[in-house]
Design a protein around this ligand. Structure first.
Ligand code: APR
Ligand code: PHB
Length: 390
């Protein structure tokens, strides 16, 4: 089989790229090694930058985001027993974020691809990429015991952090940068009304906490925990009690608790691989970079890469000019490092570092006081949170 662009991975980056290229008449295939249910069963974050919502509209999957997404004009920072609102809309010249689960974004893109009749292979085994140091790359995979080979012009590696694409690049050709944080996030999803209309990011001497949501009746909460924390030591009640301790009194009183419908622990790391292009292989999303979730940038960075990569492929097939393909890696990495900085800064500001002494803690508190007292400082937070321009 031959296509123009073979896309590895049916997460948000692979599906969004596939949708934008499909609408531009570029022939693609999406090859995923997990099942559809597995991909849709993963609970991930859910805060969309305005630029991401516009890209989903461009891909023809904006309707449900607008119908069911919650538009937020601000966030709240909670520390010292009080909450302080950051007016994202006012400080960013009118921009907002939209709370809409990544799982729903993935579902919308998957439905759109299937409705368009475009090829989407699930449960592909032994996926491997070949010849990307030539103009004739190919992808091989086994499906139902049958060996398949896809010949293509380009391979888009959208297969996440543990995928085969980045791992297929010779180590001499790639440089990686990493920061692993000495804590994780214990997350709970519950069919309970959110404690607040806007997200609450809490810094507390017992550790970080986040109050988020998926809808007006489904909430998502996180508390900072040790990296080696055991999930089975956390009953729902223990989770709710600890969350309450880390919130201001009003939120603690307002908090509606209930049985968790999902509970998991995620490690926190910052990771960047560069460059993001190796001959005819292009990496996008988690395949090239990871951010700690404190800045809500994971999905938005994947969309940012796809913005640059889809326009580069479309320009190439319209003009046969490789210009945008040649600048893809630098353009994407420039925005990746900006989001890495913001996510590292939010993580450093709001979490309790195990071995941090009183000096570091006073630095965090001084930074928070400065943030609230300075329009310039809170504007910097707001413009990064709503998303820097592409
Ligand atoms: N072959 C085929 N598919 C693969 C392979 C492989 N060898 N390895 C992984 N995959 C699939 C995974 O099963 C997954 O469905 O690639 C997909 C990658 O999707 P994501 O990990 O969601 O990465 P991405 O699409 O870049 O989305 C980034 O996901 O993790 C969040 O915070 C992150 O929000 C960000 C978003
Ligand atoms: C979430 O809703 O899961 C969420 C929101 C904001 C973050 C991280 C996660 O910063």
């Amino acid at each position: 089989m031959r296509v123009q662009v073979a896309i590895i991975g049916a997460g948000p980056s692979g599906l969004l790229l596939g949708q934008l290229l499909n609408r531009a008449g570029i022939e693609t295939i999406v090859i995923e090694n997990k099942s559809q249910d597995y991909v849709l069963g993963r609970i991930r974050a859910g805060v969309l930058e305005q630029g991401t919502v516009e890209l989903l509209e461009q891909a023809g999957v904006g309707a449900r985001v607008h119908a069911e997404g919650l538009v937020h004009h601000g966030i709240e920072l909670c520390f010292g027993g009080a909450r302080h609102r950051i007016d994202l809309n006012g400080l960013s010249g009118g921009k907002n974020v939209t709370v809409y689960g990544q799982t729903e974004v993935t579902r919308d893109l998957m439905n759109a691809r299937q409705e368009a009749g475009a090829t989407l292979i699930f449960c592909a085994e032994q996926v491997s990429v070949h010849g990307f140091d030539t103009a004739k790359p190919s992808v091989r995979y086994v499906k139902d015991g049958v060996q398949n080979e896809i010949h293509c012009d380009f391979i888009a590696g959208c297969d996440g952090f543990h995928g085969v694409c980045r791992q297929s690049v010779p180590t001499s050709a790639i440089t990686t940068h990493e920061r692993v944080y000495p804590f994780g996030w214990l997350g709970v999803l519950s069919d309970t009304p959110p404690v607040s209309d806007e997200l609450i990011y809490a810094r507390h001497e017992r550790g970080f906490a986040l109050c988020s949501m998926r809808s007006r009746s489904r909430s998502r909460y996180y508390i900072q925990c040790a990296v080696d924390e055991k999930l089975d030591t956390w009953s729902d009640q223990a989770f709710w009690d600890e969350l309450r301790r880390r919130l201001d009194e009003k939120a603690a009183d307002m908090l509606v608790t209930g049985p968790s419908i999902e509970k998991s622990i995620a490690p926190l790391r910052s990771f960047v691989a560069e460059p993001m292009r190796f001959g005819t292989l292009f990496l996008a999303g988690d395949a090239a970079h990871i951010v700690p979730p404190t800045g809500a940038k994971g999905l938005n960075l994947a969309a940012s890469d796809v913005h640059y990569l889809s326009s580069a492929f479309i320009e190439f097939y319209e003009s046969r000019k490789p210009g945008a393909l040649d600048t893809y890696s630098n353009k994407s990495l420039r925005r990746v490092w900006m989001a890495e900085r913001f996510s590292w800064w939010m993580t450093s500001l709001m979490h309790k570092f195990p071995d941090a002494g009183s000096f570091t803690e006073n630095m965090q508190l001084a930074e928070l006081e400065y943030l609230l007292g300075s329009e310039a400082a809170s504007t910097a937070l707001a413009e990064n949170y709503v998303g820097l321009p592409f």
